[in-house]
Design a protein around this ligand. Structure first.
Ligand code: NAD
Length: 363
């Protein structure tokens, strides 16, 4: 298994491998870029078929976090971690403590948050062994209600504001009567559906889980379709909120939506699909720009957390997207390419010292 010559290596600053024999932990932490600050990114636990699969995943995700934080105007770099194992059967307190020890040994160059396969309680276990853990503090939302460290509501709100910006840019309208197809009613998809419904959007949804679909029918009068029918749904906006790779040759061949804007990471199956989307006249909100709400909110975590300030920052996603859409209109270039260029300019412009402490991340 190559590392330096790996196709996704992308000039990573550090890639750390760790094995703890006692707990069985096998983990990789990838730190892509710390020019703008310490690397913050989620920990994914997944039963990867091979070590190579785990390395590819962590390298791709880590690089993506550098771009996401740069585009979200955060003083953070990009990193990610993976634990190789089945979260349903192999996750133990001892394994999570060993992960905490691993994080602590890295001295703050990487700060962990949750990702698929890990949850806030898992991170709280890690935090008993490391201070480099984010997204675990209970806090008050903008209405004064207690909320957990779960980033999903903020992610969904950011996606919602992004969809609003895209619809305004393309159709010069608000969301009333706009038809949106949501692929995946998970942590993010559910909150997103509620925001869209409240704004008057008409929803088409799909998921693997029948209970969620029934809830969507009752709560939002949603039109439920089969998994493979979501791509060709007669809608204005397609919002991928399940797995990566939803934008591919097959889905684009049948897509009626003129806007793609959703929460999923790595939505383009291949880099070339950025151009294909542009050629088809579809307005694409680059994934890591529109889904940055969660990391923005997590970056504000601390004793002085202010829901209003965090929310305003999340809302700035719509301005960033509008700027990208304007540039795309002027240049004819694909939106993700433009986002990458802007993020790289920001990453390369500045070098800040590591604070090494979670509390100071947002400062
Ligand atoms: P989740 O696991 O809670 O939800 C995913 C949902 O998609 C589940 O309900 C699942 O049943 C459904 N699903 C799986 N395969 C599907 C398919 N082929 N068709 C339709 N539905 C399918 O995940 P989440 O936290 O809601 O995140 C959704 C996406 O957004 C992921 O790609 C994630 O990486 C990305 N994301 C999430 C956050 C966050 O704050 N949670 C932040 C940034 C990006």
């Amino acid at each position: 298994m190559s590392v330096f010559s790996h196709k996704h290596f992308a000039n990573h600053e550090n890639v750390h491998f760790h094995h703890d024999k006692k707990s069985g932990l096998k983990a990789i932490v990838a730190v892509h870029n710390t020019n703008l600050g310490p690397a913050l990114g989620g920990c994914r636990m997944f039963p990867y078929a091979t070590d190579e699969d785990a390395l590819s995943d962590v390298l791709k995700l880590s690089r993506g976090m550098s771009y996401k934080s740069a585009m979200a105007n955060l003083a953070l770099g990009g990193g990610k971690s993976v634990i190789i194992g089945d979260p349903k059967t192999e996750k133990t307190p001892a394994l999570l403590h060993a992960m905490g020890d691993f994080l602590e040994s890295l001295g703050g160059q990487y700060i962990v948050a949750e990702d698929s396969g890990t949850s806030v309680p898992d991170l709280q276990e890690m935090a008993t062994h490391s201070k480099y853990v984010a997204g675990i503090q209970s806090k008050m939302d903008i209405n004064g209600n207690a909320i957990s460290g779960d980033p999903s509501p903020a992610t969904a709100y950011g996606v919602y504001t992004g969809i609003r910006a895209a619809v305004s840019f393309r159709y010069h309208s608000n969301l009333n009567g706009v038809r949106v197809a949501i692929q995946g009613l998970g942590n993010v998809g559910m909150y997103l559906a509620q925001h869209l419904y409240d704004a008057g959007a008409i929803l088409t949804v799909c998921d693997l889980d029948e209970d969620k679909l029934n809830m969507a029918r009752i709560r939002w009068n949603a039109n439920v379709v089969r998994l493979n029918e979501i791509f060709s749904a007669d809608v204005d906006v397609f919002a991928p909120c399940a797995m990566g790779g939803a934008i591919n040759d097959d889905s684009l061949a049948v897509m009626k939506a003129r806007i793609i804007a959703g929460a999923a990471n790595n939505q383009l199956a291949e880099v070339r699909h950025d151009q294909t989307v542009t050629n088809k006249g579809i307005l694409y909100a680059p994934d890591y720009v529109i889904n940055a709400g969660g990391i923005i909110d997590v970056s504000y975590e601390g004793a002085d957390y202010n829901a209003r300030v965090s929310r305003q920052h999340v809302e700035s996603i719509s301005d960033t997207l509008t700027e990208i859409f304007e540039r795309a209109k002027q240049t004819g270039l694909p939106t993700k390419l433009l986002a990458n260029q802007i993020a790289e300019e920001r990453m390369n412009a500045k070098k800040v010292t590591l604070t090494g402490e979670v509390e100071r991340v947002a400062s």
